[in-house]
Ligand binder design. Structure first.
Ligand SMILES: NC(=O)c1ccc[n+]([C@@H]2O[C@H](COP(=O)([O-])OP(=O)(O)OC[C@H]3O[C@@H](n4cnc5c(N)ncnc54)[C@H](O)[C@@H]3O)[C@@H](O)[C@H]2O)c1
Ligand SMILES: [Zn+2]
Length: 374
């Protein structure tokens, strides 16, 4: 996991070292796949990539440079197949490298194609979003959507390298910049009080997207995620505990209820607020700590209320509550939800009270809207 900037300028050795580090004498073949939106916003990128490989020609060979559509719509079987077919045509072998440059969605799709071709070609990810650099791009998963289900097809395939080039964040729309920061608050809440305090004292700088603050947020968040995956004993998620999914049971449900209009991070922020209030209601966490969570999320720029939380089934049941069952199914066993016992300390529980969730939603409405909810 590398942190850099100007990664495609010829004098930046990061990419070359990342690809060549195991066989420095070999010349590695690389198939680059770049997200179209990124190529448009960074008009020099294709030329820079070509000259990068020309400069490092003794070590690297650019076999192809494809520019393809990204975003959630690219996570399809047909888009992945186009990549697989290209890898086939190019004659890539297991020591070849696929270099993917783009948002989390493009990385997931290309990662799936690379991860299944020859049972896994080396993948170097260069994420270009805050979410990608701090969370999705550094994990061991990839996938595409199929049969109407998100990430239904995919593999666990650790990337060969991840290169976080902070420059890319500059062109990201503000909405995606804010949204990407939710995972940093999440991982701070479950693992790192000092990081939470840092986020709190830099909330205004983060809300203004100050580059130095954004870079620190991304780096710390990426390190905490990587450390967790490497050391928690369950990198391939065989167990039913998923501590990194704090706040995610409600988030996944809200995202799908919104028809994926809501960004992942926007939904996660609401989920974090809700599960922090819940943690306080069941006396695991202090009220003051729950207030600090809400305060931080609000200051970074998150909207912590959505009318979707009020939506009910014909029978009267609040729709978001179905997220609990879906989360349990997704874990494939016992319901395991992470709550907080302190800022910086998560705890797993296997049962939750629907009545307390209802009360927590009302509590969130009061705090987020400043009104009292029914
Ligand atoms: N594999 C995993 O472990 C994992 C974990 C979490 C999420 N994900 C996946 O990640 C995806 C979300 O990733 P995301 O938030 O990066 O969204 P995204 O890839 O959809 O990108 C968001 C938007 O930003 C654009 N974009 C990308 N880089 C840009 C840049 N530098 N400047 C301007 N615009 C840019 C994209 O075209 C898109 O419109 C989802 O598909 C989700 O399922 C995967
Ligand atoms: Zn998430």
């Amino acid at each position: 996991l590398y942190f850099t900037n100007g990664s495609l300028k010829a004098d930046n050795g990061t990419l070359c070292e990342a690809i060549n580090r195991n066989e420095p004498k070999r010349r590695h073949r690389v198939a680059a796949v770049v997200e179209k939106r990124v190529a448009e916003l960074w008009p020099e990128l294709e030329k820079d990539l070509q000259s990068y490989f020309a400069t490092h020609a003794t070590k690297l060979e650019l076999r192809s440079l494809a520019v393809v559509e990204g975003g959630e719509a690219c996570k399809t079987e047909s888009a992945a197949r186009v990549q697989m077919e290209a890898f086939h045509q190019l004659g890539l072998d297991r020591q070849s490298v696929v270099l993917a440059i783009g948002g989390g969605a493009l990385l997931d799709m290309v990662g799936y194609a690379a991860g299944t071709t020859h049972r896994g070609i080396r993948l170097v990810r260069m994420p270009t979003t805050v979410l990608g650099q701090s969370d999705s791009g550094i994990g061991v998963k990839n996938g595409i959507n199929a049969f109407g289900k998100k990430n239904f097809l995919g593999t666990f395939a650790p990337p060969f390298a991840v290169i976080n080039d902070i420059d890319f964040i500059r062109t990201l729309p503000d909405r995606d910049k804010v949204s990407g920061m939710a995972e940093a608050v999440k991982v701070a809440l479950i693992k790192d009080r000092a990081f939470f305090d840092w986020l709190s004292s830099h909330a205004d700088a983060l809300a203004r997207f100050e580059p130095a603050a954004m870079a620190t947020l991304i780096q710390r968040c990426a390190e905490l995620h990587t450390h967790h995956i490497a050391t928690n004993g369950d990198p391939f998620e065989l167990g039913s505990a998923r501590p990194l999914d704090f706040g995610h049971w409600a988030a996944h449900k809200l995202e799908s209820m919104s028809g994926f209009e809501m960004r992942h991070g926007e939904a996660v922020a609401i989920g974090l607020a809700l599960d922090s209030i819940y943690s306080a209601r069941v006396k695991l966490l202090s009220e003051a700590d729950a207030d600090q969570v809400i305060d931080l999320l609000g200051r970074i720029g998150f909207e912590l209320w959505s009318e979707l939380l009020e939506r009910r089934e014909p029978g009267g049941k609040r729709q978001v509550l179905a997220g609990l069952d879906e989360f349990r199914e997704h874990l494939g066993g016992e319901l395991t939800i992470t709550l907080l016992t302190a800022i910086g300390r998560g705890v797993e529980v296997n049962a939750v009270s629907t009545a307390e969730i209802e009360a927590s939603i009302a509590g969130l409405a009061r705090r987020a809207k400043g009104v009292s909810a029914a």
